[in-house]
Design a protein around this ligand. Structure first.
Ligand code: ADP
Ligand code: GN1
Ligand code: MG
Length: 363
């Protein structure tokens, strides 16, 4: 807490700090909730940005600064909107920058804490799934006309499945911590599906589907709902950059339709609930369908399968590599996560016809 207290002195936040406590369940950054004594002052989120993963933090923060300012401007011009709750608000450092770098080279940022929010790791009703779909769809349409040129690519090839598979292949070959023999069945599962899973990337590479500004981390806990479970704010903007609509749709399907946890040790709990798929799709397409091309729409259901596959590949790679990327809670956590993602994919494969029908009905 002392270190964080010293860091906080470098930001222009108002109020007397009473506590700084670890917060949330993100796998990448270190997040703290900062509480202030005065009723009239905001509480805050303080984050140490993972600069091992994000190699150019000033570039990343410039993206976030541009996106949050643009959304704020739109909200300020929307009657009845609340810009401090419906968008993220950065608190500048004392030198005016959007982040502070400490003596050890760590990068920190601060946001206004959005009060009375609900953040869900598992979605249990179609109403919540619908709200998430609406919010991520709206986010995409809100920043579609962002001025000032393309956003900086904070992690190059983030959703390039060919590259992810190549990394898995090489990591298994190198076998740095002697785990390769433990993942033979999972690797076989992965490589048997490689061709189908390359479809969206290859359409993009041929210029047949457009690059848009996408969020790229639309896990359901990256949208905050309000105390009535209505959509409030899209958060976690580290990977907002150019991408295909499929990545945003698919990652939300991965997390909003799973009846189990992302890392469920009990695979019998992991299934795709088709009612949740329908509700999310309805919300997402209500906000985006007028801008999507027929080919984008034709491949949305496939995107629902692609993201569990791709994140499963990433968890598996990190496991074989010795857990250098995702935060883990126990020794075989990344393998457990990968298995849960592949179980979800199998459930989707059984229901793929219904997924395609739902997209068609809502397109
Ligand atoms: P990570 O990249 O590690 O997932 P996030 O930016 O998603 O980091 O933050 C982690 C968690 O902190 C979120 O899931 C959410 O619960 C909470 N959080 C982040 N920003 C805010 C905010 N401005 N107001 C309230 N809660 C927030
Ligand atoms: C990470 O930051 P967080 O926890 O919202 C990861 C996503 C994965 C997700 C899996 C920058 O998201 O890509 O889908 O974990 N973020 C990054 O839960 O790699
Ligand atoms: Mg997050």
């Amino acid at each position: 807490m002392n270190n964080q207290q010293a860091i906080l002195k470098n930001f222009s936040a108002k109020g007397t700090i009473v506590s700084v406590l670890p917060y949330g369940s993100g796998h990448i950054n270190d997040t703290y909730k900062v509480e202030t004594a005065e009723k009239e002052c905001f509480n805050y989120i303080l984050q140490r940005i993972n600069h091992k993963i994000f190699k150019n933090v000033p570039g990343l923060m410039d993206n976030i600064d541009r996106v949050t300012r643009y959304i704020r401007k739109k909200l300020e011009n929307t009657p009845g909107a609340d810009p401090n709750r419906q968008g993220l608000t950065l608190i500048p450092a004392l030198d005016g920058k959007s982040y502070y770098q400490d003596q050890d080279g760590n990068f920190w940022r601060m946001y206004i804490f959005i009060e009375d929010n609900r953040s869900y790791d598992i979605v249990d009703t179609p109403e919540k799934a619908y709200e998430g779909g609406r919010m991520f769809g709206k986010f995409q349409s809100m920043i579609a006309d962002l001025p000032g040129g393309p956003l900086y690519e904070t992690i190059p090839d983030f959703h390039n499945i060919d590259m992810r598979l190549e990394t898995l292949r090489k990591t298994i070959e190198k076998d740095p911590v002697g785990r390769a023999s433990l993942v033979t069945a999972e690797a076989e599962f992965v490589f048997a599906r490689a061709e189908e899973m390359g479809t969206i990337l290859h359409l993009g590479q041929k210029g047949l589907i457009p690059q848009r500004i996408t969020h790229n981390d639309t896990k359901f806990n990256n949208v905050l709902l309000d105390s009535n479970d209505k959509g409030l704010c899209v958060i976690d903007l580290d990977t907002v950059m150019p991408g295909y609509v499929h990545y945003d749709f698919g990652d939300s399907i991965r997390t909003s339709t799973n009846t189990g946890a992302e890392d469920d040790p009990d695979l019998t709990r992991v299934e795709m609930d088709i009612r949740l798929f329908e509700a999310y799709t309805k919300g997402f397409l209500e906000e985006t369908r007028s801008t999507l091309t027929p080919l984008e729409l034709d491949n949305l259901a496939l995107a629902g399968k692609l993201l569990p596959y791709m994140i499963g590949v990433r968890f598996l790679t990190d496991y074989v590599d010795g857990d250098n990327y995702f935060k883990i809670k126990h020794e075989h956590h990344n393998l457990q996560r990968a298995r849960a993602q592949f179980k979800l994919l199998m459930s989707q494969e059984r229901q793929f016809g219904a997924m395609q029908d739902i997209v068609r009905r809502n397109a």
